[in-house]
Design a protein around this ligand. Sequence first.
Ligand code: ADP
Length: 243
Amino acid sequence: MNCLEIQDVHKAFGGIQALDTCSLSVAQGTITGLIGPNGSGKTTLFNIITGYERADSGQVRFQAQDITNKAPDTIFRLGIGRTFQLTRIFPRLTVLENMHVAVQRTDLRGMFRWWSASHERQRALELLEFVGLHTFKDLPAGNLSFGQRKLLEFAFILIAEPQVILLDEPAGGVNPTMVNYLADRIRTLNQRGVTFLIVEHNMEFVMELCHRVTVMHRGTSIAEGTPAEVRANPGVLQAYLGD
Ligand code: ADP
């Protein structure tokens, strides 16, 4: 069963056609990679799925429900979480305080209003433990390395227990040990039923982690398959070399 279905989506910015008859699907329970040369439309697609940009035409469905052009908070509450390329933390607040801020920010329309202070703290600590940052909980978040900041942002999304997580370049600028750790966390969540759609330039990361890979070129999906199938597809190499 498909968890996300994108059908014939178009999106132009002035004269630039960022997405052009773009169709793809993400199967429930998979880790799906979204790759393609710079400017091929990956971020625009993420923004349209999560409501940060409006599609000019076409449809986005989540669990068979039409979510096209719904507001970001509506889409988030339905169960789609995302990270951004740049991390959004408060460097002077401690790691744990950042988690509390994230709970407040996540708590759009009072999803967690029944949470007691101790429950909130416990949940924040559990998530910090899950991403391996609990020993840093009382340090200013500004002391964290770039990779650790990305893990903290990852913990922010997990607060709402999304069914689907969209990750925008999670391994970008992160050292190899941390990349492996992040891959392990993604696999663990996937085994618990979370579906992932991941934009990433680190091919080794994508090819080792993802069950399926979709390749974007000039605003549309040009190939889809297992990592081995995509790697063997001559059109994919051409798309990278041709631009
Ligand atoms: P990718 O994430 O694959 O690098 P993007 O989705 O960022 O690709 O961009 C696709 C195309 O749309 C590019 O040509 C880019 O310059 C253009 N684009 C994206 N966002 C905007 C915007 N807000 N305004 C104008 N052009 C944009």
